[in-house]
Design a protein around this ligand. Structure first.
Ligand code: FAD
Length: 316
């Protein structure tokens, strides 16, 4: 089923979550182990992230060696495996980074052949250590361009001039939104206008970056509505899980940790203690969001679901 249809189905607040493909060297069982404890909460769909190759420099006998590695391959295969095993709708992520337009077209054809008709369209982050995103030559610089290509294919228009009236795909596309602004955007207004470009290009719903202060989400939704963004906006949230999260999350995602959360988290000596605080805070966030009538709550699991299962048992 398409996510856009699920969102229109009238079901109150969908329960959905995101998984990461396992690090190279691990089995797909790690994915099933993350899904199994969440099945009883009837997830409406499951997202699978996409990870670009990274450039890694290693020293060997005094020489620096450059290697291109993909640490988490398998997005399409994992999505298909989940769809077949659990009969649950899957939403693989598709990014601009690392793809030419031709490669994007081929990836879309492959998804279509596999019976996958949902995509979360993203740009992808700049490579590690860099602040600048560089698209492939003949690739997309911004997500709105990627969506335009997907919408062309939905009209049966392929890249080649002689393939303009052919088999039309039926992709339903979601995009990312940032309640606390995307890190590179000069200001919130500019970022919202760029979000609107994605919706105008054909995105049918928005999933937000994680946040810990619901007020930021509610203000974001109000500001979206004011400029005519009228598609469903699904809050994406993640419980604090480790001591490292306290430093890493604000730095990586340019988000704030609210004073009250920090007051509790800073008393913690171990990740186990942080995990407990994280469950309590995320449960409180989820209950408030659900009471406000959000269309769904999307949980970032990082493929570890014990804490999400505890939260879901109190909320869904
Ligand atoms: P865009 O919408 O292209 O925006 C990027 C920046 O450019 C913003 O600052 C925006 O304001 C600006 N901008 C946008 N359009 C234009 C335009 N036309 N002209 C000028 N400026 C413009 N990353 C991965 O690599 N893999 C994943 O699986 C993944 N999953 C994610 C899931 C969610 C729900 C979220 C919120 C993020 C995810 N990311 C993922 C991270 C994402 O790729 C980064 O946040 C990335 O930096 C931005 O992606 P975007 O699609 O929002 O980019």
């Amino acid at each position: 089923m398409k996510v856009s249809e699920l969102l229109r189905s009238g079901k109150p607040t969908l329960f959905t979550f995101e998984l990461l493909p396992p690090l190279k060297g691990n089995t797909i069982q790690t994915i099933y182990d993350a899904i199994d404890p969440l099945l009883e909460f009837e997830p409406s769909y499951i997202n699978v992230t996409y990870h670009q190759s990274e450039t890694v420099y290693t020293e060997k006998k005094g020489l620096i060696e450059k290697k291109i590695v993909r640490k988490r391959p398998g997005t399409v295969a994992i999505s298909t495996a989940i769809k077949n095993k659990y009969k649950i709708t899957v939403v693989p992520h598709l990014i601009c980074g690392g793809f030419t337009k031709e490669e994007t077209e081929d990836a879309l054809i492959e998804l279509n052949f596999l019976g996958i008709h949902n995509i979360l369209a993203l740009r992808g982050d700049p490579p590690k250590g860099s602040r600048v995103f560089i698209p492939e030559e003949n690739g997309h610089r911004y997500t709105n361009e990627l969506i335009e290509q997907i919408m062309d294919l939905n009209k049966g228009s392929y890249l080649s001039e002689d393939l303009k009236h052919n088999y039309a795909t039926e992709f339903s596309v979601g995009v990312a939104g940032y309640p606390e602004k995307h890190i590179e955007a000069p200001n919130m207004d500019a970022d919202l206008q760029n979000l609107k470009r994605k919706v105008d290009a054909g995105a049918e719903y928005i999933v937000t970056q994680l946040f810990f202060d619901n007020q930021r989400f509610f203000e974001f939704v109000d500001n979206c509505r004011k400029i005519g963004i009228d598609v469903p906006i699904i809050p994406g949230i993640k419980p604090l899980s480790t001591l490292n999260d306290i430093k890493m999350l604000p730095q990586t995602f340019a988000i704030d940790l609210p004073h009250d959360l920090m007051k509790e988290a800073s008393k913690c000596k171990t990740s186990k203690e942080v995990r407990q605080i994280g469950i309590e805070w995320c449960t409180m966030q989820s209950k408030e969001l659900k009471a406000a009538g959000v269309p769904g709550i999307h949980y970032y699991t990082l493929s570890q679901s014990d804490n999400i299962a505890r939260i879901a048992s109190l909320v869904f």
